[in-house]
Ligand binder design. Structure first.
Ligand SMILES: Cc1ccccc1NC(=O)[C@H](C1CCCCC1)n1c(-c2ccc(Cl)cc2)nc2cc(F)c(F)cc21
Length: 233
């Protein structure tokens, strides 16, 4: 049984990623809002665009703290952010959905989201993903590293120097692999299950434009930043 140890520099990397992840949490708690009141499809759509816009700003700040990211080609930095913003939003939503809540709150939250205005056809893949993330009971470090790994996906559209991105992603994957082995010694497959979620996350990418344009209301307004990131309007 090989001795798994996280090196000093990997510990430093993890601390930087975790601090950045915690520093850039979403300001207002959307789950609390949704649990407090029922909103119309229009209000929910506005809430989503506000949340998603602040999430992109938060994501940029988080990404700037990933060691090596700012040394990448500048156009590649943009391509990585643009390519991962939707997945980061769904990953964040899944982490919010899977948070430990008082009895019955998750059910109310799910019901509110089901009636928020999203078309019925997207509910199953979306909630399947949220529940599969919840089953992993990820610790904060794993959540932060998984977000960084998602951003550092080399094969996003328009990335020129994929190898440079691969090298950064590989160092994150190595830390995550060791962390999983230390945190879940009884589950040697845990790391592979975690990465499997990233594949499921990509499928949500395909649905997101349709989820937005099919929101049960007319005249969907998006912020300029979301028009950039979401390929809408
Ligand atoms: C939580 C967050 C953080 C940062 C950025 C975005 C969001 N996400 C949101 O604000 C929206 C709200 C928005 C208001 C209507 C209900 C869903 N949201 C979505 C979602 C559904 C469909 C699409 Cl297309 C996108 C996202 N899944 C959620 C799961 C949750 F547990 C939750 F609390 C909010 C969630």
């Amino acid at each position: 049984k090989e001795k798994i140890e996280i090196t000093k520099e990997q510990q430093a990397l993890m601390k930087i990623i975790l601090d950045a992840y915690n520093r850039h949490q979403i300001p207002q708690d959307v789950a609390k809002k949704l649990l407090q009141d029922q909103y119309s499809a229009e209000e929910n759509f506005l809430l989503l665009t506000e949340m998603a816009t602040s999430q992109v700003q938060v994501l940029v700040e988080f990404t700037k703290n990933i060691p090596g990211f700012l040394s990448l080609d500048h156009e590649d930095q943009i391509a990585l952010l643009k390519g991962s913003a939707v997945e980061a939003m769904f990953l964040r939503s899944a982490q919010v959905f899977s948070r430990k809540m008082p009895k019955g709150h998750t059910e109310v939250l799910e019901a509110r989201i089901r009636k928020s205005g999203i078309s019925e056809e997207f509910m199953t893949p979306m909630f399947n993903f949220y529940k599969s993330i919840g089953e992993l009971h990820m610790v904060q470090e794993e959540q932060a590293l998984l977000t960084a790994i998602t951003i550092l996906t080399p094969d996003r559209p328009h990335v020129k120097d994929q190898h440079a991105v691969e090298r950064l992603q590989e160092s994150m994957l190595d830390v995550l692999r060791k962390l999983c082995a230390l945190q879940h010694p009884q589950e040697p497959q845990y790391f592979a299950r975690l990465l499997g979620r990233l594949t499921e996350l990509r499928t949500l990418n395909h649905y997101h434009t349709e989820m937005l344009t099919s929101w049960r209301m007319n005249d969907h307004k998006f912020t300029p930043l979301l028009c950039e990131i979401w390929d809408v309007q």
